[in-house]
Design a protein around this ligand. Sequence first.
Ligand SMILES: [Zn+2]
Length: 121
Amino acid sequence: MSIINEMKNKVTHTAKSAIQKSNEIVEVTKLNIAMGDAQSRIDGKLKDIGKVIYDIYKSGEILSEEITAKCLEIDEIVQEIDKMKEKLALLRKIKICPNCGKENETDAFFCSKCGSRMDEE
Ligand SMILES: [Zn+2]
């Protein structure tokens, strides 16, 4: 084989394996994205299951100790969020209706949405 032909073959081989390499990289990337997407879908379903179970807990049904403990932890976080909402409301000079959650002026006696009495704290 002539040197020129040998070089041509080498270049062709290198180009072919470079294409193959980049095809592999594309395939690996596609698979990683697809797996990540599938995992996200599983996480979403698990979250849905969690919400269903938390609703069951909230309806007063007795659940296993482990699940009840987790639900109690969620209750605590919900209370934390409520406290933060109250602080935010104070900072924004608004009052949250205890009945419907509508934001009202701090000096409102009744809710502008549902008409409930705005309790003084
Ligand atoms: Zn209201």
